[in-house]
Design a protein around this ligand. Structure first.
Ligand SMILES: *Cc1c(COP(=O)(O)O)cnc(C)c1O
Length: 474
């Protein structure tokens, strides 16, 4: 896709430069409630307000690019998952976005948390997360990471390879402990999402295949270890998934696996984790489920399978990341340049360049992810024009919002807000072009708190060691 023929890509856009799903808004100032966190409104001056704070004020105080997290919205989404999945364990997937404050909220709200590196684990613990409620993931956990997880007393380690099982056994002997373990399995589901975020088909790096028997081998291997307490199996089919069909297949195949394990060993594994991946609305094309719909559907699926196989319903867990934090946050940018570009056939596209881009949101470049945006500092009476919001980086693919209608008078100095920027934006941010990463603030009841401060060029220079001599011992 990156090798598009130059003429080809332009010609493909000629007939209609706007994608078919995108329609000209009746009111270019309106907000699609599905896309924005609950406290976002447009105030009397026409500026967006979130958590009772105007984005104009935030931009003046904090600078842009800036991520603004709506704390009330985060708490409400986390709570609604916990309440809807009553009797289940809800693990917040820390990789979506994690700071010590977030870990503290997740702990206080009664959720559990997934981490997959030492960095995430330490952040979760430092934030006050109860280790018992932490699950440790990862397909290549180092010995040090496993040692830290086991010695901190994490509630479970989700194992992903036979090499890892060996490492865990050795560490348990070293630390004189037992490890509570789940086996990550691939149920062979083709989830309807981008290839890079689909994780349950066979030909990828995660998990043990159910189909070829590898999962059963790993389970028996764990079960027969005196230092490993095998509690169940784990399946995560991918991310940004909208239909429950994939979960249904995953539940069927994992329940069958639990039944086969029971027949082979006489032992009932008590737990099943169905992973995360619940989709959110980035644009008006997306139609996410509510937590209660999901809870209803997934419970029904598992209960049906249990009845069909004469199994008791296992203790269940899920791992939403994006669906909790994604919609809580808007990314705020300042417009730097506005450049109309003539397309063949007389159409025009307006390139609106902002003070951020692929360094603070890699998802459009990585997955061709779609977003939407609005003019955030004022209302406009002008008509809508087709725009592409782009960043400041040295890449043609440095796109923030590929297709969006913005008012025709959008100009340098305006603020642009992009909803749905809470998950996998700051957490995947880079320093490409030596751009310091933006800060993340949380807003609530008219006050603003810094969760992550803005990086500075001095921060970047502090890592630049010059040319320190490293002695090599022979
Ligand atoms: C990434 C991940 C999640 C969370 O995915 P979301 O799409 O953010 O809900 C849950 N479980 C595992 C194992 C993951 O790798």
């Amino acid at each position: 896709m990156t090798h598009m023929h130059v003429a080809g890509s332009v010609h493909a856009d000629v007939a209609s430069p706007s994608p078919t799903w995108l329609t000209v808004p009746a009111d270019v100032n309106s907000l699609d409630r599905e896309l924005w966190s609950t406290t976002v409104t447009r105030n009397e001056q026409g500026a967006l307000e979130v958590g009772g704070v105007s984005v104009v004020e935030l931009a003046q105080q904090q600078g842009t690019a800036l991520y603004v997290l709506d704390e009330e919205d985060f708490r409400a989404r986390a709570t609604s998952f916990r309440q809807a999945f009553d009797g289940w364990d809800v693990y917040y997937a820390g990789k979506a976005f994690l700071t010590r404050s977030i870990a503290g909220w997740v702990h206080d709200l009664g959720l559990c948390m997934d981490v997959c590196t030492s960095g995430e684990l330490v952040t979760a613990l430092e934030g006050g997360m109860d280790p018992e409620r932490i699950g440790m993931h990862g397909n290549n956990k180092s010995v040090d990471e496993l040692r830290l997880a086991l010695s901190s007393g994490v509630g479970r380690v989700i194992v992903d390879s036979l090499d890892e099982i060996d490492r865990i056994e050795q560490l348990c002997r070293e630390l004189d402990c037992t490890a509570r373990v789940m086996v990550r399995v691939t149920p062979g589901v083709e989830a309807h999402t981008h290839e890079y975020i689909a994780t349950a088909h066979e030909d990828q790096k995660f998990g043990f295949s159910i189909t070829n028997g590898a999962a059963m081998v790993a389970m028996v291997r764990c079960f027969s270890s005196p230092v490993i307490d095998l509690v169940g199996v784990h399946s995560h089919i991918g991310s940004q998934i909208f239909d429950t069909g994939g979960f249904e297949v995953a539940a069927r195949r994992t329940m069958k696996l639990l039944a086969q394990f029971q027949q082979a060993t006489g032992h009932v594994l008590p737990e099943l984790d169905l992973g995360g991946g619940f989709g959110i609305a980035y644009t008006c094309q997306d139609t996410p489920s509510t937590p209660s719909q999901l809870a209803h559907d997934l419970t029904e699926i598992v209960e049906l399978e249990a009845r069909a196989r004469n199994l008791s319903v296992p203790h269940l867990s899920i791992e939403p990341g994006r669906a909790i934090v994604g919609p809580t946050t808007l990314a705020l940018y300042t417009v730097g340049t506005v450049k109309p570009v003539d397309l063949d056939g007389g159409a025009q596209r307006v390139y609106v360049s902002v003070d951020g881009g692929m360094s603070d949101n890699i998802r459009p470049a990585l997955y061709a992810a779609e977003y939407s945006a609005v003019l955030a500092n004022r209302r406009s009476q002008r008509s809508a024009v087709l725009c592409r919001v782009v960043g400041k980086h040295c890449e043609g693919g440095d796109i923030v919002v590929r297709d969006v209608y913005l008012p025709a008078d959008v100009r340098p100095g305006d603020l642009i807000a992009v909803p749905g920027s809470g998950a996998y934006s700051r957490s995947m941010a880079s320093n490409y072009n030596h751009v310091p990463r933006p800060s993340v603030v949380s807003v609530r009841d008219g006050t603003c708190h810094t969760l992550l401060r803005r990086e500075t060029i001095d921060d970047l220079l502090a890592l630049d060691a010059g040319a320190v001599v490293t002695r090599v011992d022979r």
